[in-house]
Design a protein around this ligand. Structure first.
Ligand code: GUN
Ligand code: FE
Length: 496
């Protein structure tokens, strides 16, 4: 037998809601990211999740049968039989932190896969703004948004930074839906009052209205029910769409509002496309750089999430690092719209926090798995460019960007992104077994794989291979459970 496999296999599904006082114990392979260069692959790990959905205990290495496990739980942790649900992973399964998507437009799903012939500014004009303006109709939003959030969750994203449209009613509805489905998220409505950069049929009537509707949305989100752990699950985020969409008056208003609310996050786009950078500098002639525009209006700070950053200069990177802002690396979108390739290693070398963003529908796939693949491709392309260099990304780097790096960008690194006692249990239960039904994965198949060299591989090495296969060949079929704050909210076996 392969050493990774516990000898007794009893699978019980976790409850879909957390019952206070009741624990869920996971036993099996666990992937735990630490840094840009290192992660733990723990073939026989125990994670004890309490009734509030937080990690109560983490035992990194425990080689026992499930019967002995019960004894350990009693003697080491004091858990009585009956007070916990035991989930023992099958061979070919593992647990990892849930994906963090630091940049996604919920309102652009109806546009997925369209417009790849355009670059950013034409794409906004001909595809995106016409799609987004439909959300003026709240009934339309009510028909679209539930499916959007379900798809995002099914893709394995446990935390999303959502952009809505400029409409506060539709965006409130988006926040309600996200909360009711149990996902962790940031939700913002776009601020856009500048003509002719915003078209006449998709623009806010004034800077004042833009600010007032933003405040309404923030208040609405802050009044949503808290998680079982007694903290918000959905957060508001101030969302000046990008500098070009905002008048000076609006940026001043938003900067002042942000200043009086230092804990509210800010999200926007920066230096995504060459024409966009040129136009921005023309519109703000007293600012030397694009990042300088956001800084001038007090919108660049520790909890600012900057989408793209493809054309940031060294000077801008220094400024962003100094302010503590993070970058959402959106490689799928940067290829899809032909924007360019972000210099992620350079960003990291400057000390900037970096996470991944799908940027649907500038990006053509809502899955962070696809984004991981595109981040890998970007790093390989950049590495072979003259005068660039830098190493291509390995699994540790990709894992970090998709989980703990994203958590840092959201300033949630103390709660999510990795497994540690006291942190929230936001996780994926992944299966790379043949019976997961994804033909792209040469999955674990007990009947076939018991014979041959693979049985001689160390359990840790095999687990690392499972992660790599999942990253490069996996899809939603390989995600059995999506767990947020201890509760199963999606995945192949979820019956919502
Ligand atoms: N810049 C301003 N708005 C957008 C948007 O919706 N998507 C992308 N990719 N870039 C933007
Ligand atoms: Fe975007």
């Amino acid at each position: 037998m392969i050493p990774i496999i516990p000898t007794v296999l009893v699978i019980q599904n976790t409850p879909t809601t957390v019952t206070p006082g009741r624990y869920t114990v996971y036993y099996g392979p666990v992937i735990n990211p630490y840094s840009l260069t290192y992660f733990d692959a723990l073939p026989n790990c125990v994670v004890v999740v309490d009734g509030k959905g937080n990690i109560a205990h983490l035992i990194e290495k425990l080689d026992v049968t499930s019967l002995e496990l019960q004894k350990v739980l009693l003697t080491q942790i004091g858990l009585l039989d009956g007070t916990f649900t035991l989930v023992i992973l099958e061979p070919g399964e593992f647990i990892m932190p849930g994906f963090v998507d630091t940049h996604i437009h919920a309102c652009q799903f109806p546009n997925l896969g369209l417009g790849s012939e355009c670059e950013l500014l034409d794409w906004l004009k001909y595809y995106t703004f016409p799609t987004e303006k439909k959300f003026a109709d709240k009934d339309y939003a009510a028909r679209v948004y539930p499916g959007v959030v379900e798809r995002v969750i099914a893709s394995g994203t446990t935390t999303s930074c959502y952009y809505g449209t400029l409409h506060s009613d539709a965006t409130m509805l988006l926040a309600d839906i996200v909360r009711s489905k149990g996902q962790r998220a940031f939700v913002g409505k776009c601020n856009m009052d500048r003509a002719p950069q915003c078209p006449p049929d998709y623009i806010e009537p004034s800077a004042q209205v833009s600010l007032e509707t933003t405040k309404r949305l923030v208040e609405h989100i802050q009044n949503l029910p808290q998680s079982p752990a007694g903290e918000p699950l959905v957060h508001p985020v101030i969302t000046p769409r990008f500098a070009m969409s905002c008048t000076e008056e609006l940026l001043i208003n938003l900067g002042n509002y942000a200043k009086t609310n230092p804990h509210i996050a800010i999200q926007t786009h920066i230096s995504e496309n060459q024409q966009e950078v040129k136009d921005t500098l023309k519109l703000f002639p007293d600012c030397k750089t694009y990042a300088g525009v956001y800084d001038k209006y007090k919108l660049l700070r520790y909890n600012t999430i900057l989408g793209h950053g493809v054309y940031l200069t060294d000077e801008e990177m220094k400024l962003i690092a100094e302010k503590g802002a993070g970058v959402a690396h959106c490689p799928a979108s940067n290829f899809y719209l032909g924007s360019g390739m972000a210099r992620v290693r350079k960003l990291l070398e400057h000390g900037i926090k970096v996470g991944l963003g799908t940027d649907v529908s500038g990006g053509n796939d809502p899955s962070i798995l696809y984004t991981i693949q595109m981040a890998s491709t970007t790093s390989k392309m950049v590495a072979i460019l003259p005068n660039e260099g830098g190493k291509k990304f390995d699994t540790a780097m990709l894992l970090y960007l998709a989980t703990l790096g994203g958590a840092e960008v959201c300033c949630l690194q103390d709660r999510i992104g990795s497994f540690k006692e006291g942190k929230a249990f936001d996780a994926l239960l992944v299966s790379v077994r043949d019976d997961s039904g994804n033909p792209a994965i040469w999955g674990y198949n007990p009947g076939r794989d018991l014979i041959g060299d693979d049985t001689l591989k160390s359990a840790e090495k095999m687990l690392k291979e499972w992660l790599e296969r999942f990253f490069f060949c996996g899809d939603h079929k390989n995600i059995r459970q999506v767990i947020v704050q201890g509760a199963v909210i999606g995945g192949q076996e979820f019956q919502g």
